[in-house]
Design a protein around this ligand. Structure first.
Ligand SMILES: *Cc1c(COP(=O)(O)O)cnc(C)c1O
Length: 440
């Protein structure tokens, strides 16, 4: 067993200093000298331990975690099975490179991805290091398999920060600003955004047919719920309609489940909610319980079309990340975390929706399972209100609750609690949030 592992951080919020405290501020000063401003930070408290629902900082403060490292630790930070698996695997060997000499963990992770992703058709998977790399690879595979160049991405979409994935991303500032020229053959279409009344299925399809042209499209790449875009849940039927439009035209329907996947929305994958079966699925974030790993899963005939040596990477599917992923899957299964995500959603959504009745600045509360967004607007009920969003964020942070922002207009508070958070911390976090919204 693991020796010298620190005991679990007590599951109670505790504020010993202001946020951030003096030690964090000292480290921040060093950080400013060592690290460029381009790498930004939501809450500058420096963490020393974390798990299941608490982040402890260098000043001894204990914050309630409603961020999960942007949904990378759905199964918990330093989850016991994951820690053990990492420790055991790293003591045996840390890497060989799967393309030099393989190991079973990689195969097992791929078998699980083939099994867990939507659809019972024959599938193949391979492993990479990040969400962006998974998206880069779905594009490679889709172009190869179809012989077509075009990739369609959507308004409010986020797909990563590499050249191709920032091109695919819909938001200019901060992701694309000044970083062009961008990759060619990327087309943008309207995403369904019911609160703003934009992107109805007919409008989306009209754009694809009139300004792109179906026969030039290799793939339509879509987040089943737009995370960075503001936890935008598309209108019921939009994803299924889009998927069948693609199928009829030989276009691959690709789901970016990097943020929505691995239990976050109350299913293994968010596509399952409407019974959508994608041709290709990109995964990352919560796969490795915090260790870097991403996956590309797709129809066997599509994936097998690529020539030997066309796919891969030195670190893709690192054995320690694979061991962690297998332990994450065991944790989700043994602790019933898919069901738990639904229970968390049932605790959060109705309670926060009451706020939209009493606080005019709350335009909409939306989400699914443990993925929730609160969109803030001005008095007219529609103009995005960034300022109030910032004030709510600040108040939550001061009170010891970590929340995130999101949204094309920067006016959404995003809640992604770990699925292992206790009922008590969830309740307390919601109470802090309600107070912060009311006060702001
Ligand atoms: C985070 C994210 C990515 C990029 O993942 P990285 O691991 O940061 O490269 C891609 N797509 C979605 C939907 C994401 O949320």
């Amino acid at each position: 067993m693991v020796s010298g592992v620190p005991e679990q951080v007590p599951q109670q919020r505790r504020l010993l200093t202001e946020i951030p405290g003096p030690r964090s501020r000292e480290l921040w000063a060093r950080r400013e000298r060592a690290i460029p401003k381009g790498v930004s930070t939501t809450l500058p408290v420096f963490v020393i331990r974390a798990g299941p629902g608490i982040l402890e900082d260098v000043d001894g403060n204990r914050l309630i975690d409603f961020g999960s490292g942007i949904s990378t630790t759905n199964a918990g930070n330093s989850a016991p099975l994951v820690v053990e698996a990492i420790w055991e695997q790293s003591a045996l060997f840390t890497h060989t490179c799967f393309q030099v000499t393989p190991y079973a963990g990689y195969v097992e992770v791929c078998e699980h991805l083939n099994e867990l992703t939507p659809g019972d058709h024959e599938k193949r998977s391979f492993l990479v290091n990040s969400g962006a790399e998974a998206i880069e690879n779905v594009v490679k595979v889709a172009r190869y398999a179809t012989g077509r160049p075009g990739i369609v991405a959507f308004d409010h979409g986020f797909h990563g920060r590499t050249l191709l994935t920032m091109t695919l991303t819909g938001k200019e500032m901060p992701y694309k600003h000044g970083f062009g020229p961008f990759a060619p053959e990327v087309h943008r279409a309207p995403y369904s955004y019911p609160f703003r009344g934009t992107g109805r299925l007919a409008d989306t399809i009209a754009v694809l047919e009139t300004s792109v042209g179906a026969e030039s499209i290799a793939a339509v790449l879509v987040e089943p719920i737009a995370g960075e875009g503001g936890v935008v849940v598309p209108e019921a039927g939009w994803l299924t309609g889009l998927a069948s439009w693609c199928r009829e035209r030989g276009i691959l329907f690709v789901a970016d489940e990097v943020q929505t996947g691995f239990g976050r929305t109350g299913d293994w994958f968010a596509c399952e909610h409407e019974g959508v079966v994608p041709d290709l699925v990109a995964t990352a974030k919560s796969l490795g319980g915090g260790l870097p790993i991403g996956g590309v899963t797709g129809r066997a005939e599509v994936m097998d079309s690529v020539h030997p040596g066309g796919l891969g990477g030195t670190f893709g599917g690192n054995p320690v990340s694979c061991a962690a992923t297998l332990a994450v899957i065991r944790t989700i299964e043994t602790e019933g975390l898919i069901e738990r995500a639904r229970v968390i959603g049932e605790a959060m959504l109705p309670r926060l929706r009451k706020l939209s009745a009493t606080v005019p600045a709350v335009g909409e509360v939306r989400g699914r399972g443990a993925m929730v967004g609160i969109e803030f607007v001005r008095d007219d009920g529609i103009t995005p209100d960034r300022e109030i969003t910032g004030r709510v964020l600040h108040r939550c942070h001061q009170a010891g609750l970590l929340v995130l922002t999101a949204g094309t207009y920067g006016n959404v508070i995003r809640l992604l609690p770990p699925l292992v958070i206790s009922d008590e911390l969830l309740e307390e976090g919601l109470a802090i949030l309600e107070q912060a919204v009311t006060a702001a």
